[in-house]
Ligand binder design. Structure first.
Ligand code: ZN
Length: 498
């Protein structure tokens, strides 16, 4: 077994490193590559990606797995080796069930769809994108056939982004929070709008950059094992556990770069604290998109937008922007947490965010099942916007065309954002109960207790345990939407006097 395990580790370790090399190419492309280099870079990236795919689907790996999967029963289920074999077997099955021709055709379709979507968005004309989107949903339906039988047609798609999570559970969770969030927003809208004039300034880019850097360092992002660069669409990427990079973008008309940098630092702190023991194996990365978002959103929203955090950090914001010196903390806090139903998901506040996700999830499921024709998407989108937010987008650019995900074939991805919010609230509750004075520590700028607790309970495990299992180990149960709703209602009751 030793010998076979060694061979398996070599194959999947190499595939994993190739994927990280592709990440370096991608980071470079987004951070500073000359535009003219795009075609050459696409060739290089696709070569690396196909080499990694060959390794992951090789017959040799299949033969090794056949033996190791039967022998793994002798290992401790919590051991690194057991978890590695389990993960590799699962991924191997997923990769080999889908024919190479399908993968090539889908990749071709989505690269064409992306440029159609760009033109459709620019001209706010859904018809330009309609045919591509129809094909994408048709091919996604075909994809689910490779994994039949399943309980729900959405399961095989969701499983790619949130392994172990079932659609039935997602539907049950969303059914619980949907009416409560709609009601919360209705109550908030009936209250006076907080004075937001303090946020209507020009905030110099250089100073925002300094603040973002200071905030990321304060919460524990290790700059000696990473760096922060400027991009159009912020992201985090891992080259190895000692090189986890974050990116941000600054607009002088608002202070959004601060929360967006804290968000990315949250992702990066997860990756930087994975056990070095797991390095060079597929376990050396965050376990799922939902768990990853729980980390970024915990730091961005539950901490970064909290009154306690601002007690610590607002003086630094005031030093950077002296025009805020006359604005009391309470006023800034309320302005910083104003709720306003809007058309665009990525600009949504905490109270409305999940509704944007539920809307997309419901429409995805309907188009996949065939109960909604893709041609009728704009109408269905607007009807749901009216139902959940009480507003109707004036055009499709502010409606069903706003996100890049569907054009990239990412069906099943959106729910992970909402799962991140729910899991974050659950983790926060457990940690807060353990350390009674956590709020006080945060108000003093001490984040070690929270960060170390997250590292010991989540980060260090990398991808050893699927996200539902990890959550069960920490909280004793599964996703509990009531904890999130209690957090949300508590926060906004105080701000809006509900
Ligand atoms: Zn994120």
């Amino acid at each position: 077994m030793e010998d076979k395990l060694k061979k398996l580790k070599k194959i999947v370790g190499d595939a994993f490193e190739l994927q990280r090399i592709a990440a370096v190419l991608d980071w470079d492309q987004q951070v500073g590559m000359p535009v003219a280099a795009a075609a050459g870079r696409a060739r290089q990236t696709s070569l690396i990606v196909s080499l990694a795919h060959e390794k992951r689907t090789s017959a040799e790996l299949g033969e090794l797995l056949q033996v190791l999967v039967t022998e793994m029963e002798n290992l401790d289920p919590d051991s690194d080796d057991y978890c590695l074999i389990k993960l590799v077997a699962r991924e191997y099955e997923r990769h080999t069930k889908v024919p190479a021709e399908y993968v090539a055709e889908f990749s071709h379709l989505t690269s064409l769809a992306h440029s159609k979507w760009e033109s459709a968005l620019a001209g706010s004309d859904f018809l330009i994108f309609k045919d591509s989107l129809e094909k994408i949903f048709r091919m996604c339906r075909e994809y689910t056939d490779f994994f039949a039988p399943y309980e729900h047609v959405y399961d095989p798609l969701l499983d790619e982004f949130e392994p172990g999570m079932k659609t039935a559970e997602l539907i049950a969770v969303f059914d619980k929070i949907r009416p409560q969030q709609v009601e919360l927003i209705r109550e908030i809208m009936a209250r006076p709008v907080p004075d937001q004039s303090c946020l209507r300034h020009e905030f110099a880019a250089g100073r925002q950059w300094q603040l973002s850097t200071a905030a990321a360092a304060a919460i524990g992002y290790d700059f000696s094992r990473g760096r922060l660069d400027s991009v159009v669409h912020p992201f985090t990427t891992t080259f190895n556990l000692n090189d986890v990079r974050i990116t941000s973008s600054v607009h002088t008309g608002n202070l959004n770069s601060l929360s967006s940098t804290i968000h990315e630092a949250g992702h990066a702190i997860y990756e930087q604290n994975i056990s070095p023991r797991l390095e060079n194996t597929p376990l050396a990365t965050g376990v799922s998109l939902g768990m990853h978002e729980s980390q970024s959103r915990l730091w961005e929203n539950i901490i970064g937008r909290s009154y306690h955090f601002l007690r610590f950090f607002y003086p630094q914001i005031q030093d950077a922007f002296p025009e805020l010196k006359t604005v009391p903390l309470d006023e800034f806090y309320r302005a910083y947490n104003t709720v306003k139903p809007g058309f665009i998901r990525i600009h949504a506040d905490e109270a409305t965010y999940n509704l944007h996700i539920m809307l997309r999830f419901e429409l995805e499921v309907a188009m996949l099942e065939g109960s909604l024709a893709v041609a009728d998407l704009p109408e269905a989108w607007n009807a749901k916007m009216k139902e959940y937010f009480g507003i109707i987008p004036p055009d499709d650019a502010l409606g069903c065309l706003q996100d890049v995900h569907w054009s990239a074939g990412l069906i099943g991805y959106f729910p992970t954002y909402a799962l991140g919010n729910l899991i974050a609230a659950q983790l926060w509750k457990v940690c807060r109960e353990k350390y009674g004075s956590l709020d006080k520590a945060i108000a003093c700028g001490r984040f070690d207790e929270l960060r170390v607790w997250l590292s010991e309970n989540i980060h260090c495990h990398g991808s050893k345990f699927e996200s539902p299992e990890l959550l069960r180990r920490i909280t004793g149960g599964g996703i509990d939407p009531e904890i999130y709703m209690k957090y949300l209602r508590g926060k906004y009751s105080e701000i809006y006097g509900l």
